[in-house]
Every structure is written in structure tokens, then in C-alpha cells.
Design a protein around this ligand. Structure first.
Ligand SMILES: *Cc1c(COP(=O)(O)O)cnc(C)c1O
Length: 385
């Protein structure tokens, strides 16, 4: 068996199918595939290409530096970056035709970059409808819009979008989303009355895409759903027609019999109750597996075992039971060990690991570290993706 030592395998056909499914859900609105943070750990460039192949009309990232990397890879699709600092290279962004989210202070440096380049910047004005992070506070919105339109009249920028971000869309029963939508609609009306010729109005993230059709407007910003994960505790991705794109696997590095009373891993927090066989899994917190996730599942030859003892930097241990796997001649050394993948294929899920670690599926996939090689399947033969 020539299995890789460890890999995060990304199925690009799942990415394409998920984008197609999201498009179906939000039509006639368009889909922006959010590929920040290296596409939530899946690889920004291959995911971006697959998403565009499947009809995503836009790409979204947090940082201008992430957007520039996509442009450098030859991706020329509409592209929005929304989280800036005074060190952000707005000149490069304007020169590379990257749309810029703008919450307030960025307006002047963006206008300056446009003046220097003699090329209008494309901006999406962001209103804080309640999340309390980025975005212009509603009290300042009228003045902010006026300042932006003044720059538009000077030819320095074009206000092409108004957007906002939801705070509790993953808890659809909560009332705050309605308030955010009211404030968003008002902000859009103010911008349009002031002379903005908006191409897109956008507020929905994946939870809103899946639970609130009234949030879709012209464009939705889909991250998690593109990767085939569900934002809801009690609903699987399959219930929405989505499937997980990443499978994280390695090979069993050691398989050995131990007596009763064997302590396992740092702290010796797990002690074998009787004679048993331990399997060593060569993935640890340096690979992005949360150290807190003792009990997380590892599937070996069709059987799922919980991790016992502490997860270390490079490795973790599963208790295979007495006799190890007798059907494998007493050893599973070298067998494929799958931490998570598509539960429809019997693999443990990203959500199982999120539960074991006390976190969310977003964090589990995003933190898989660069030490784990990404491999790609499901690309279109001879195609860009
Ligand atoms: C990350 C992000 C998204 C994507 O959210 P998902 O829940 O992953 O779909 C959308 N909009 C903004 C502003 C973001 O930062």
C-alpha cells in the first residue's frame, strides 16, 4: 500500500457540488465563495478555481494580502477583501482590481491610493447592524455615505456594494437577526438615495443562506457551506445537500501489545485496564489537532476508536483492545487511520472532533497546519480546477 504518511485530501468535486447546491438555494442571488484563511485550510487557489468553475460569481477573503495571492495565481474573478489595517497595501489592491470593504477610516487611504493610481477604487460600504466588530455604526452612516459619494463624484471611487455581517445566524430562533436585517435595509436605502449605484447588497453567511431566505439579497458570502460542513449543531451537511470536502488521514505508526496498568502518553492519564494493544497515530497538535480533543475518533479498517490519553505535539494513541486486530495478523501497523472525512462513507466527522475539542467545525479544519500536505482529487481533467 502506497498511502501517504499523512494528508488532508480535498475532493474538488465536493467543492463544485457544494457551490452548485448553494447557488440553487440562493438563486437568483449570486454566490461569493469565501476562501480566506487558505480556504478554511483547504487550499485557497485550488478551491477558488473549483468554486469559479461551479459558477461562484465572486471570491471573498479577509485580507488584501490573501486577495493579492489569488491575483498572483492568475485568478481574475471579482474579489472582495474586508479587513484592513493602516499597513494594508491599498495601492496594490486598487491596481489589482480588488474590491475593498470599507467601514470608516479606510475611505481616505483608499481614495488616496485611487488618486495616486489615477484609477477609481471599487468599495463596498459596511454597516455595523449589530455584530459590534467592523462596520460603520448606524449613527454615523449618513455622514459616511456622504463622504464616500463625495469621493465618487470626484472620480476616486465607485460605491458598488453595501454589506454587513450577522451575529447569531447559526441560532435561527434568535430574534436579533430581524433587527440586523431592518438596519441593513435602511442603510441600503440611505446609500441608494445618496447616489450609490449598487451592484450588490450582501449580508448572508452560510447559516443565513441555509436558514433565512430573506437574507439573500443580491449576493451571499458562503464559507463553511462551500467546504460541505453544517453551521448547525443539530443538522448534518447532508440534510442540506452538502458534503464534506476534506478527509484527514495518516498511517498507524506503531502497533504493540501492552500489559494491564500501562500508562499512556504525557501525564499517564489513561491506564490500560487489562492486556491490550495500542495503536500510535502520527498526528498531533503541531498538525493542528486540538490538544484538548482526547476522545476524538480515529477510524482504522472500518472500526472507530477514541483517542486515549493526551494528544501530544506529533502523535496520539488509540486503544485497539486485546489482541489488536487479530484479523490483520495482530497488527494494523501501516493501516490507514482516518480522523475525519465524509460520514456518509462511514468516516468520523469534523463535528465529532469539534465536540471532542469543545470547539466548532470551522476551527478544526482551518487549523490543520501546513505540516499536513494537501492533496487534491476530483479535479476536472485538463481543466483549470
Ligand atoms: C468568514 C466570513 C464569511 C463566511 O462565513 P461562513 O459562516 O463560513 O459562511 C462571510 N462574511 C464575512 C464578513 C466573513 O468574515
Amino acid at each position: 500500500m502506497n498511502l501517504p504518511e499523512r494528508q488532508a485530501r480535498i475532493d474538488l468535486s465536493a467543492i463544485r457540488d457544494n457551490v452548485a447546491r448553494l447557488r440553487e438555494i440562493v438563486a437568483p442571488a449570486q454566490v461569493m465563495a469565501v476562501v480566506k484563511a487558505d480556504a478554511y485550510g483547504h487550499g485557497a487557489v485550488p478551491v477558488a478555481r473549483a468554486a469559479l468553475t461551479a459558477g461562484a460569481g465572486w471570491l471573498g477573503v479577509a485580507h488584501v494580502s490573501e486577495a493579492l495571492a489569488l491575483r498572483a495565481a492568475g485568478i481574475d474573478a471579482p474579489l472582495l477583501a474586508w479587513l484592513h489595517t493602516p499597513s494594508t497595501d491599498f495601492n496594490a489592491a486598487v491596481a489589482q482590481d480588488i474590491d475593498l470593504g470599507c467601514s470608516g477610516w479606510e475611505l481616505e487611504p483608499i481614495a488616496e491610493a485611487a488618486r495616486a493610481l489615477e484609477r477609481p477604487a471599487r468599495v463596498h460600504l459596511k454597516i455595523d447592524t449589530g455584530l459590534g466588530r467592523n462596520g460603520c455604526p448606524p449613527e454615523n452612516w449618513d455622514a459616511f455615505v456622504s463622504a464616500a459619494i463625495a469621493h465618487q463624484d470626484e472620480g476616486l471611487l465607485r460605491v458598488v456594494g453595501v454589506f454587513s455581517h450577522l451575529a447569531v445566524a447559526d441560532e435561527p430562533h434568535r430574534p436579533e437577526t430581524d433587527g440586523q436585517l431592518d438596519r441593513f435595509r435602511q442603510a441600503v436605502a440611505v446609500a441608494e438615495d445618496a447616489g450609490a449605484d449598487l451592484e450588490v447588497r450582501h449580508i448572508a453567511n452560510t447559516p443565513a443562506i441555509l436558514s433565512r431566505p430573506d437574507t439573500h439579497f443580491d449576493l451571499v458570502r458562503a464559507g463553511l457551506g462551500v467546504y460541505g460542513l453544517s453551521p448547525f449543531e443539530d443538522q448534518s451537511p447532508h440534510e442540506f445537500g452538502l458534503r464534506p470536502a476534506m478527509t484527514l488521514s495518516t498511517r498507524v505508526a506503531s502497533c504493540k501489545d501492552v500489559p494491564a496498568g500501562q500508562g499512556v502518553s504525557y501525564g499517564l492519564n489513561y491506564v490500560t485496564a487489562g492486556p491490550t494493544t495500542l495503536g500510535l497515530i502520527p498526528l498531533g497538535y503541531a498538525d493542528g489537532i486540538p490538544r484538548a480533543a482526547t476522545g476524538g475518533p480515529v477510524r482504522i479498517d472500518g472500526i472507530t476508536y477514541p483517542v486515549v490519553g493526551r494528544i501530544a505535539m506529533d502523535q496520539m494513541v488509540v486503544d485497539l483492545g486485546p489482541g489488536g486486530r487479530a484479523d490483520h495478523g495482530g497488527t494494523v501497523l501501516g493501516a490507514e487511520a482516518v480522523l475525519f472525512g465524509d460520514p456518509a462513507l462511514g468516516d468520523p466527522s469534523v463535528d465529532d472532533w469539534a465536540r471532542a475539542a469543545g470547539t466548532i467545525n470551522y476551527e478544526v479544519v482551518t487549523r490543520i497546519s501546513p505540516r499536513v500536505p494537501r492533496t487534491y482529487t476530483g479535479g476536472i481533467p485538463g481543466g483549470a480546477a
